[in-house]
Design a binder for this molecule. Structure first.
Ligand code: AKB
Length: 316
């Protein structure tokens, strides 16, 4: 990767991907774009920023040419819970941004990374040790878009030779930009609530386990996969990757150990309950480990120490 375009740079992952990539590839070689120019403030002035609606193929293609881009990171998505409120819009945005990324990638010889998700799985998928290659019949529009995206990306690779690669992200936990509209968002919100209010109302049932990952592992996964030797890749779109899995009760206990006065109650959101119960309890990510050396560094314990420290400093 030499000249990188990040589409949807103002989101939870994009806002940390931009400075991380700039520290590796150089400020001027990482072009941040977003539909919203307000996120420019968060991203800083270290490198180029352009306002871009990813659904506008002409403007998207012009930027790829202007900056001689060789790799596109398409981080645009309406997440699982928001998607259920407006499925037509979710399809339009999620698939529109992906199709433009793939087509523009094909026309300009770019590699394309688009994250998939645990949301690509459904109730009929084996929930424990979810295999890399298994049944994928999701019950959300977000999941339908993710499965379609995986198939399309593999198609663009086999049919047109586009270097498409992707991972199935679990819930991503971070402390810079809040996620919005996801089913796993509770695992971020709980840390802010612990510091600010010393209490949290959880929308996910106490016994539901989901895969999760701390942002630093998610960032290095993207570099590791995109820099991997293609000859070693048996799979491409997409790799199961996980770093930890826990239930609300388990993350609560980890925080309470550090903040004894912290309390949690439940007000289960039926949409999030149905979604979370349809997703894996934990995935088998051995293919990612074998094919490109995936090896996460963060678990519930060291992540909890770090999250509480950083958020406490923010609100000190
Ligand atoms: C969501 O909850 O929708 C996302 C995801 C797991 O893809 N965080």
């Amino acid at each position: 990767m030499k000249n990188i375009l990040i589409v949807g740079a103002g989101g939870q992952i994009g806002s940390e991907l931009v400075p991380y990539f700039r520290s590796i590839y150089g400020n001027n070689n990482v072009v941040a774009t977003d539909i919203n120019d307000k996120c420019k403030g968060t991203l800083g002035d270290d490198g180029p920023f352009e306002v871009l609606d990813a659904l506008n193929g002409e403007e998207f293609a012009q930027l790829v040419k202007k900056y001689k881009i060789d790799t596109i990171f398409n981080m645009v998505a309406l997440l699982s819970a928001t998607g259920e409120k407006n499925p037509q819009l979710a399809w339009k945005i999620n698939m529109g941004a992906l199709m433009n990324s793939l087509e523009i990638g094909r026309e300009n010889g770019c590699a394309v990374f688009t994250p998939s998700s645990i949301g690509a799985f459904g109730t009929s998928t084996p929930h424990d040790g979810t295999p890399q290659d298994t049944v994928m019949r999701p019950s959300t529009i977000y999941g339908v878009c993710k499965v379609t995206g995986e198939l399309l990306s593999d198609y663009y690779h086999s049919r047109f030779g586009v270097d498409t690669r992707s991972v199935r992200f679990p819930g991503i936990i971070s402390n810079v930009t809040l996620p919005g509209g996801g089913t796993t968002d509770y695992a971020v919100e709980i840390y802010y609530a612990a510091i600010k209010d010393k209490s949290f109302t959880c929308p996910i049932p106490k016994d539901v386990s989901m895969d999760m990952m701390y942002m630093p592992d998610a960032l290095s996964a993207m570099v590791q996969l995109m820099e991997a030797n293609p000859d070693k890749l048996v799979h491409r779109n997409s790799f199961n990757i996980t770093a930890m899995h826990f239930t609300p009760e388990e993350i609560f206990a980890a925080i309470k150990k550090r903040i004894p006065e912290f309390t949690m109650s439940y007000n289960v959101d039926p949409v999030k309950e149905a979604i979370s119960r349809s997703w894996p309890n934990w995935m088998d990510d051995s293919c990612a480990r074998e094919e490109w050396g995936w090896n996460p560094k963060w678990n519930l314990e060291n992540m909890t120490d770090d999250m509480l420290k950083v958020i406490a400093e923010k609100y000190a």
